[in-house]
Design a protein around this ligand. Sequence first.
Ligand code: DON
Length: 330
Amino acid sequence: MGKGHVDPRIDDKLEELYRRHLDAEEPTLAKYYTPGRGYYPPELAGEERDHFGVCLVSTDGQVYGAGDYELRFALQSLSKVFVYGMALCDHGRERVLENVGVEPSGNAFNSLVFDERYNRPFNPMVNSGALATTDLIAAEGYTEAWERIRGTFGVYAADDTLEADEEIFREEMRDADRNRATAYLMRSYGMIGREVENTLALYLRQCSIPVNCQDLATMAATLANGGTNPITGRQAIERPYVRDILSVMYTCGMYDFAGQWAYEVGIPAKSGVSGGILAVIPGKFGIGVFSPGLDVQGNSVRGIAVCEELSDRLGLHVFANESEDALLQA
Ligand code: DON
């Protein structure tokens, strides 16, 4: 699926934004992550230094992309958004809240600290929370649960062929000591009830789905459009739960940078360790950015810079005043 060019002025502005950020200094660059290789310092990075794409998809289905917006990378933690939505649809708010909270943790995404007041993970955007929501997916067994996850993600992305990359999945399973420890600890606390290895595999398999910026922006646009994919018209999630997802993305989506992000950028967003960020502008558009250079928290350095600039120039901060034609005036 290519771009649906509608307004060349927006394409030009996006291209200009892309070029400027491609050339910009990245003062907070700290590491890269690749499945199988793990984290490595910037001096060991090769061509991935220049991998960078950005895509916007509007709620009326227009697609604008610049740079490597069709380059694929592993979904990683971005999957947490959509599995949380599935758990909400399957069980409703109250039941899901019994198993996973909605409080920012202030800790790293792979922390083994839980909300002891309620005996549950702090929120669905950290690893323990995602293990809890994955454990809640209504299905008879592993295969059915996986087909549901894959199928739902495909509806969000307008791509029925989305599937895990088996090699990435194998690497993720091989390096899963910490996630495995988290899952077993959670079972010992009664936070997950199913077969631990299945829940762990379902979690890491959803992380292993290759996507590109256009997929991300389409998934984000589906949320921006109240849960209905603006390109296909298919419903990915029941509308009332979109509010829950966006609230949790807003407060918890950017790891232990979430508060600063909410303060400065002011957009519901989620990041993943492969360098993707998806951001949602309700009623307007979805953003997908990819650049694999990460800061210490694990957020894409260029991804943050691009979202900051879009937020500033287009007045996207939820508490900012916005002008109706800001997209063209910026
Ligand atoms: O669970 C992991 O370690 C990775 N597969 C995904 C981590 C990630 O993107 C950050 N999580 N919030």
